[in-house]
Write a protein that binds this ligand. Structure first.
Ligand code: FAD
Length: 473
């Protein structure tokens, strides 16, 4: 290791690893320090239940990963990353055996909503079709780390997207379209009436039509391993089992980049109450299942979808999200589920499956949602319980123990509410900077926020690079 590194990164989540890679690609000497014994943060894969069952404790499905401008610029396929697609990105079943679907094709999606809403959906997404690459680069680079390439489309997206999703839902006449779209907003754990929640739903829908909602072969660990392997080839170092508690724990460097919660950065770097105004949001109750067969969904479409949303209706979803955000565990949780071994049989022994489900609960909630979740799944997949071989259960305390960034179990590293959805962790156009010119933040607490896309790390690396250049590197 040189006596003075160009950059030290704290935390080997997707954003920390992306920031490290971006700097190493520019010729910087970089070392990453990670508290856990393996890299990945929220993009990891483990045998959580039984031998041979490879579960993703956190992220499983990656609409923003496959479409990420940061990842597209990196040769991650050369390091083993392979995206696998289910026939349908997502299905949203109803108890009568029908389902709304989010398909790769706009027509198939629109048709599943029924004749009264098909045209509305087509008109909603039409202005953005074929423009994902530019649009994603533009909105994921906000606030202003790069000039927009297509300001007109970005402005149109911004004006529509800033509306609460409850306004957008009113455009649909039937609940199939409303429920599917409300569920999309739920992926960001945002109450439906929040500012800019229309943008969340639109982003997930457009991502499905542009690049799908794929899963990496072998699990989400494949993303992290590819980033770490590329970093090592570029000369970067990764140190695991190294929890950073003070700046003094780190070697001398020209820049320090934190893939941590803002409160942890403030504690480590001595920034006092700098981020006291930053709010953490609701949590989830997550269950990873080992099953002795596929989930017996009544709706045929759900048997072919990588992700299945269980609402069912938009009112139920809105209520569940509101309750979780205001401190009550929902009696009827809204569930997001993923079926990795449908597309990746190697994730489980032959004929068997891994299955993942979570429902939203209040931050720091200590109850058990297992019964309520399985009751919900049984409504749409009778006989599900009989297929369970083992389950690994994690509520807010267990999630917080798995990853220091999940403060109170908040898996989004910050509430997606109010202006904080867009401007985080403070009201500033320089979110990656801190009061110390050599200390930076790059976690999901910075724009564009949660998800495995590496864009917070990518944007932060640009800020670090400018700092290094200005100090004569
Ligand atoms: C249950 C669940 C399901 C999810 N599903 C999806 C999904 O399907 N698709 C998707 O795109 N996203 C999903 N996410 C969200 C996604 O995992 C996160 O948004 C993403 O991982 C954030 O990346 P990050 O690099 O900012 O932080 P993290 O991935 O959280 O990484 C931070 C790293 O920093 C380390 N660290 C923290 N403090 C210190 C310290 N003091 N010293 C050293 N190391 C430290 C942590 O150990 C961790 O490894 C899910 C998350 C969870 C929990």
């Amino acid at each position: 290791m040189p006596s003075m590194l160009d950059a030290v990164v704290v935390g080997a989540g997707p954003n920390g690893l992306t920031a490290a890679v971006e700097l190493a690609r520019r010729g910087c000497s970089v070392a990453v320090f990670e508290a856990k014994s393996t890299v990945g943060g929220g993009a990891r894969t483990e045998e959580l239940t039984l031998p041979g069952f490879r579960h993703d404790p956190c992220s499983a499905v990656h609409p923003l990963g496959v479409g990420s401008p940061a990842f597209k610029d990196l040769p991650l396929e050369r390091y083993g990353l392979e995206w696998l697609h289910a026939r349908l990105p997502m299905a949203h079943p109803w108890e009568d055996g029908t389902a709304a679907v989010l398909a790769r094709s706009v027509s198939e999606t629109a048709a599943s909503f029924g004749p009264r809403d098909a045209g509305t959906y087509r008109r909603l997404v039409a202005p953005y079709l074929g423009k994902w690459d530019t649009l994603a680069r533009d909105f994921m680079s906000l606030p202003l780390t790069a000039l927009p390439r297509d300001p007109v489309t970005l402005a149109r997206f911004g004006i529509g997207g800033l509306q609460p999703s409850t306004w957008l839902l009113r455009r649909f006449k039937d609940d199939k379209a409303r429920a599917l779209f409300a569920g999309l907003v739920g992926h960001a754990i945002a109450p439906l009436d929040g500012l800019a929640t229309s943008a969340i739903g639109l982003v997930f829908a457009l991502a499905a039509h542009a690049g799908g909602w794929p899963l990496p072969r072998g699990g989400s660990q494949a993303i992290s391993d590819a980033l770490a392997a590329y970093l090592k080839d570029l000369g970067g170092a990764v140190h695991t089992d190294y929890e950073v508690k003070r700046l003094d724990d780190l070697p001398p460097a020209r820049a320090y980049v934190f893939d941590t919660a803002p409160s942890a950065l403030a504690r480590i770097a001595g920034f006092g109450g700098l981020y006291d105004g930053y709010r953490h949001g609701a949590s989830v109750f997550k269950i990873d299942y080992a099953l002795d067969g596929p989930v017996p969904w009544t709706a045929e479409e759900a048997r072919h979808a990588g992700t299945v949303q269980i609402g069912p209706g938009s009112r139920d979803i809105g209520l569940a999200l509101r309750q979780a955000s205001t401190g009550t565990a929902p009696r009827t949780p809204f569930l997001i589920t993923a079926q990795p071994s449908l597309v990746d049989p190697g994730r489980a022994p032959e004929g068997r499956h891994v299955f993942w489900a979570y429902g939203h609960v209040p931050q720091r909630w200590e109850g058990d949602l297992t019964e309520a979740m399985e009751r919900q799944i049984e409504r749409f997949a009778p006989g599900f319980r009989d297929r369970i071989l083992a389950r690994a259960v994690a509520g807010p305390p267990e999630l917080a123990a798995r990853n220091a960034n999940y403060v109170g179990g908040d898996i989004a590293c910050g509430a997606a509410r109010g202006l904080q959805l867009i401007l985080r962790p403070r009201l500033t156009l320089r979110p990656y900077h801190t009061p110390h010119p050599a200390v930076f933040l790059c976690s999901a607490a910075t724009p564009p926020g949660p998800g495995v896309h590496g864009m917070s790390g990518h944007n932060a690396a640009k800020a670090v690079w400018r700092h290094l250049r200005s100090t004569g590197r």
